[in-house]
Design a protein around this ligand. Structure first.
Ligand code: FES
Ligand code: FES
Length: 228
């Protein structure tokens, strides 16, 4: 799977990270700007909490290069932490907030292991700065179950044995949930396209497709158990 592949959670074939305004290129540019901003003492423009741009003469908040205090809306609540401005959303979730469901696998937007929803949109959290998620509703795999009641996607993954090692599973569950939120009854082809940004190295795709069909109230159309 190429690095510039459609990470595909939507049906318009727009790359997933582009769909959220965070292409790999812009992400790297952002990091570059952060570094440049840090080196221009007194003139840095990084957020958080501040405006994306300011009129000439406005006082521009300076953040970094040291840790900054941020509040993120995660799984229906607010979580506060302190991070370096260039910290990714994935690192912040895992290392600062103790939400380790999203996995760091490729760390370059190619595998979907770090999938979360940001304002309902499937997002590779390794490709987004945490400060860019301020003000957005972030949903991780930990936020899908309601108390003891699993999300139907989680139930269907269990029923269809849609995992082997399980390392990719949280990302696939979030990707399927995001797809079904946009398209409650996807065809098999739409499922394949919708979760095509996620990679399962164990090859459990057939069972994942069946789980997604089941979670959407449709009969599985592929005989299982089949891993391949
Ligand atoms: S770890 Fe983020 S896409 Fe692979
Ligand atoms: S179940 Fe092992 S990588 Fe998907």
């Amino acid at each position: 799977m190429g690095n510039e592949k459609d990470l595909g959670h939507s049906h318009d074939s727009a790359p997933r990270n582009d769909a959220h305004g965070v292409s790999r290129r812009s992400f790297m540019k952002t990091l570059g700007l952060s570094a440049a901003g840090a080196s221009i003492a007194g003139k840095a423009t990084a957020r958080p909490g501040g405006p994306a741009s300011a009129a000439e003469g406005d006082e521009i908040p300076i953040n970094g290069p040291g840790p900054v205090s941020v509040t993120l809306k995660v799984n229906g609540g607010e979580m506060k932490t302190s991070i370096e401005p260039a910290t990714t959303l994935l690192e912040t979730l895992r290392m600062n907030l103790g939400l380790t469901g999203a996995k760091e696998i490729c760390d370059r937007g190619s595998c979907g292991g770090c999938s979360v929803m940001v304002d309902g949109k499937l997002t590779a959290s390794c490709m987004m700065l945490a400060i860019d998620a301020i003000g957005s509703e972030i949903t991780t795999v930990e936020g899908l179950a309601k108390g003891d009641r699993l999300d139907p996607v989680q139930e269907a993954f269990i029923k269809h044995d849609a995992l082997q090692c399980g390392f990719c599973t949280p990302g696939f569950v979030v990707a399927c949930r995001a797809l079904l939120n946009e398209n409650p009854k996807p065809t098999l082809d739409e499922i394949k396209h919708g979760i095509s940004g996620n990679i399962c190295r164990c090859g459990t795709y057939t069972n994942i497709f069946n789980a997604c069909l089941e979670a959407s109230g449709q009969a599985p159309i592929l005989d299982g158990p089949v891993n391949g």
